[in-house]
Design a binder for this molecule. Structure first.
Ligand SMILES: Cc1cc2nc3c(=O)[nH]c(=O)nc-3n(C[C@H](O)[C@H](O)[C@H](O)COP(=O)(O)OP(=O)(O)OC[C@H]3O[C@@H](n4cnc5c(N)ncnc54)[C@H](O)[C@@H]3O)c2cc1C
Length: 481
């Protein structure tokens, strides 16, 4: 595999001045933002990784304008960091080498919706909640729900998934086509809207999960689903974490098409109760949802309740009415803030690992024991139907010893997942926080192929440099200890 000749770089003051002059000539000086506040807001995501501010922030309003911005940056060999809603968790949007943050949130139009074809095209800055509100009156919905109100461009770029992925798939299964600006400023459409295609390499999926390192996603065509006739939700507590996980494995083995099945450990239930003034019994708890016709939902719910009871499940609470169901899930969606409130003023280190469902029980139990043994404050939350779980760990960002303990725990979570046949990230992505684990997971040959793809599409490494595979790093990078 050819190795990259790309070097790490930072534009000089004079080069930055020329870049800003050319961007101002294109957009007008008032649309090239250089104030420290706006730059710092764009130099950090929701992770604990420190701010790395870009030199400027711009907000394109059309695909053509976005292409022109990329063209200017390419001429100056300036880094481009695409920015969605900044909710990612592995230092994804940090401008490690400065350059221009391209905030997509003014590209927020829904371009077309076809109920007949069950698809929708949107500009990349449309957010998940905005899309949900537009689709609901039409009797359809988009199923990928990462909790945060992320943009569709960001969700494409991290390969996001969420609570309903167990039933409807992640972004990879729900994106039909993308319009992307490439490093040479060209606007390309990756494929047609046809439901299937065998015409050449699957470039759509290449850009999904590319984290802004291969191009700027400007438009997204998505599958939508008819809103189910009936939905019901349930909450059920279990005597132990092992019982709750065994129940999830059994539900999956029986092939019950649950729409959501989420695990919250005792610490998280307690935190949510305090945060949202609720009264869930303090126990490892599953949140479930069923979609279908009224009869299907009833049958799925009854089968699942029977399996849960066999595994010691108790305190079943059902909700079929829409507002009650939404309220039940609202509690689950408070998980992040509720955990933060356990240790106010601390930073959050969110881990994300995914294993085959058969390895889930051991992985989660070992992780809980690890937290307890090391006296760490962290709650476990899992999209467990997919074998995916997170630990939200609270660390004192100002105390190097605490940060170090957190990082060691994070490293053990990743290695444990890999030992159980899993992956270092099920959905949050790599950013620069996890780039060191890519080779450990895939081996040097696969990382070499990834680096060759990066080099072929972005030979000067202008798109989000330093993320995912660092184009300037040697092929055999060192591994964390
Ligand atoms: C409380 C909380 C809960 C979360 N839960 C989940 C979850 O359940 N599942 C999940 O998958 N994630 C989850 N996340 C992480 C995050 O919401 C997702 O990764 C989301 O997809 C990021 O979208 P964004 O618009 O915020 O992108 P950003 O954070 O702005 O960007 C993410 C990456 O994509 C790139 N990018 C953004 N827009 C574009 C574009 N138009 N073209 C090219 N590249 C682009 C950026 O350069 C960056 O590398 C959670 C985060 C929080 C804070």
């Amino acid at each position: 595999m050819a190795s990259s000749t790309v070097q790490h770089r930072r534009l000089s003051e004079a080069q930055t001045g020329q870049l800003l002059d050319d961007l101002s000539a294109l957009l007008g000086a008032d649309r090239v933002l250089t104030g420290i506040d706006v730059r710092e807001q764009h130099g950090v995501d929701e992770s604990f990784h420190p701010i790395a501010a870009p030199d400027a922030v711009v907000y394109p309003t059309s695909t053509e304008e976005a292409a022109a911005i990329v063209g200017v940056c390419a001429r100056h060999n300036a880094p481009i960091v695409p920015f969605g809603a900044g909710t990612s968790l592995e230092g994804h949007v940090q401008a490690l080498q400065g350059g221009v943050s391209v905030d997509m949130r003014e590209m927020n139009r829904i371009l077309r919706l076809s109920i007949e074809d069950l698809d929708v095209s949107v500009q990349a800055g449309v957010t998940r909640k905005q899309l949900d509100a537009a689709l609901r009156p039409e009797g359809v919905f988009f199923p990928v729900d990462p909790g945060a109100d992320a943009t569709l461009g960001g969700m494409v770029s991290t390969g996001a998934s969420g609570t309903t992925t167990v039933r409807y798939g992640a972004m990879r299964e729900n994106v039909l086509s993308l319009t992307v600006v490439t490093a040479d400023g060209e606007i390309v459409r990756t494929r047609s809207r046809a439901r299937k295609s065998s015409a050449g390499y699957d470039l759509t999926r290449l850009f999904i999960g590319a984290e802004g390192t291969l191009g700027l996603v400007c438009e997204v065509t998505l599958r939508v689903r008819p809103t189910p006739d009936a939905m019901s939700a349930a909450v059920c507590g279990f005597p132990t974490l092992a019982d709750a996980v065994a129940c999830v494995v059994a539900v999956s083995q029986y092939g019950i098409p649950v729409a959501r099945i989420e695990l919250l450990d005792e610490m998280l239930i307690d935190a949510i109760n305090r945060y949202a003034d609720l009264d869930h019994p303090i126990a490892p708890t599953l949140f479930l949802e069923f979609h279908g016709t009224a009869d299907e939902v009833k049958a799925q719910a009854a089968e699942t309740e029977a399996i849960a009871t066999e595994h010691g499940g108790e305190h079943f609470r059902w909700a079929t009415d829409e507002s009650e169901r939404r309220r039940m899930w609202e509690a689950r969606h408070h998980a992040y803030e509720a955990t933060r409130a356990l240790r106010p003023g601390t930073s959050v280190l969110t881990t994300d690992a995914c294993v085959p469902v058969s390895g889930l029980a051991d992985t989660i139990l070992e992780t809980r024991a690890d937290l307890d043994e090391h006296g760490l404050t962290g709650s476990i939350l899992g999209h467990v139907g997919d074998g995916n779980f997170h630990v939200t760990l609270l660390i004192d960002g100002g105390d190097p010893a605490d940060v170090e303990r957190g990082m060691r725990f994070h490293d053990r979570v990743v290695r444990r997942a890999l030992d159980h046949g899993g992956t270092c990230t099920g959905e949050h992505g790599v950013g620069y926080g996890k780039s060191v684990y890519l080779e450990l997971e895939h081996g040097p040959a696969v990382v070499g192929i990834m680096r060759a793809i990066k080099h072929a599409l972005d030979p000067d490494d202008i798109f989000n440099p330093g993320k995912v595979v660092d184009a300037a790093a040697p092929a055999h990078g060192s591994q964390p200890g």
